[in-house]
Design a protein around this ligand. Structure first.
Ligand SMILES: [Zn+2]
Length: 51
């Protein structure tokens, strides 16, 4: 059964915690990786989810 879990998206370049969101947790799902704008890097960078 899927459930919503809160995740924080962290810039993979500078480590800033820029976004908070939720996603459905499913067994075997890979961690989120999204291109997002980072205000610290002032550019679009890859953001990875963090617990
Ligand atoms: Zn950054």
């Amino acid at each position: 059964m899927a459930r919503r879990v809160p995740v924080t998206l962290v810039c993979s370049v500078c480590g800033s915690r820029n976004y908070r969101t939720t996603r459905l947790q499913e067994v075997g799902q890979k961690p989120l990786e999204l291109k997002k704008h980072c205000s610290t890097c002032k550019a679009h960078t890859l953001h990875k989810e963090s617990k």
